[in-house]
Design a protein around this ligand. Structure first.
Ligand code: ADP
Ligand code: MG
Length: 141
């Protein structure tokens, strides 16, 4: 599925809609350059799970856990990861095989340890289409 958005609100809404159909144990990956809208998407996603507290990129921790929605939500941002072994140390496998929904920003940096079954989201700019244009691709793997 490919959706084109022209504002942060539209990207937020895609996240929200996808979260409404999310199932426990499902893993979503988010790939795209800095400032493309991964966190905007994630904030919509959190809202779709019924999480009302603010969701930002977990800058100093790799994972942030939210328990206040319909299903636990594990929000990863692996931008600062040095080595995939750091993911073992935080118990990555327990999260992705757990009862919650996992969403991983910058998932391309840990490609080799991603689960085979996942929903891959790629967000891209195209400046020719304007500064606020984004192309959001959603693929089931
Ligand atoms: P990332 O997490 O990918 O680094 P953020 O979500 O933090 O990016 O930031 C995206 C920025 O782009 C925000 O400032 C947002 O307002 C802006 N923006 C402009 N147009 C869009 C759009 N169509 N979708 C998402 N964000 C957009
Ligand atoms: Mg971000």
């Amino acid at each position: 599925m490919v959706v084109e958005t022209r504002s942060p609100e539209e990207t937020f809404r895609i996240g929200m809609e996808l979260a409404k159909n999310a199932k426990p144990g499902q893993v979503f990956t988010l790939t795209g350059d800095l400032g493309v809208g991964k966190t905007v998407f994630t904030q919509g996603f959190a809202q779709g799970l019924g999480i009302e507290e603010p969701v930002n990129s977990p800058t100093f921790t790799i994972v942030q856990v939210y328990e206040s929605g319909q299903i636990p939500f594990y929000h990863f941002d692996v931008y600062r990861i040095g080595d995939v072994e750091e993911m073992d140390e935080i118990g990555f496998d327990d999260y992705i095989m757990g009862e919650g929904v996992s969403l991983i920003e910058w998932a391309n940096l840990i490609e080799e340890i991603l689960p085979e079954h996942r929903t891959e989201i790629t967000i891209e700019k195209n400046l020719g289409q304007g500064f606020d244009y984004r192309r959001v691709t959603v693929e089931e793997k």
